[in-house]
Design a protein around this ligand. Sequence first.
Ligand code: FE
Length: 230
Amino acid sequence: MIDRSAFHKLSSGLYIVCTESHDKFYGCVINTLLQLTSKPFQVSIALNKENATTQAVQESGRFTASVVDETMKLETIGHFGFKSSRDIDKFADSEYAVSASALPYIEKHCCAWFSCKVVNSIDVGTHILFIGEVEESATLDGGHPMTYEFYHSVKGGKTPPKASAYTGEDDEAQKGSAASAQETSSDDGAKKYGWRCKVCGYIVEMDELPDNYLCPVCGAGKDMFERIEL
Ligand code: FE
């Protein structure tokens, strides 16, 4: 048997991976960066084949990875983690720096960054595992690195369906909370309504959303929320 909760015991950090291809910048969030060797310095990252960033890394043969610290807002993580570079320019309104190899990387609310040249890649089914040799790296002024555990338990963050760590349990938890809310509402006979973010699935219990409401997980605006009965 496979106990999905066992995967929650694996500790990892959160990283923003960026690259450039055909004069366009790409970026996404992963929790799958690992140091492999120190002679030479090599790291691995796993990227979902459906991510626009994955194809861009294949084309450019290079990527940067910034280590997210605990101060990074969910909106920033959501901006890079829950939206597609096919749909938006993730760097249009984002502060970023540029590596010696002309790749973008995120400095703000990150505590270190790496720039890598792809030296090998392995097809692992839904994802491609890229092995990168580190060409440049530095620490930044950020605080403690954000662990995936901290992202979930303290920040209340969600796991996107295309992430390696996705198990579908966020969705089940949301259905569970909606079901228990329904039980409560049936007690007093009054229906409860809320709003669900169509980008990341976040549910907020509120009668009406303010016009300037932004999803606390992915940063999507009010127009991306659908009204649901709880
Ligand atoms: Fe959202």
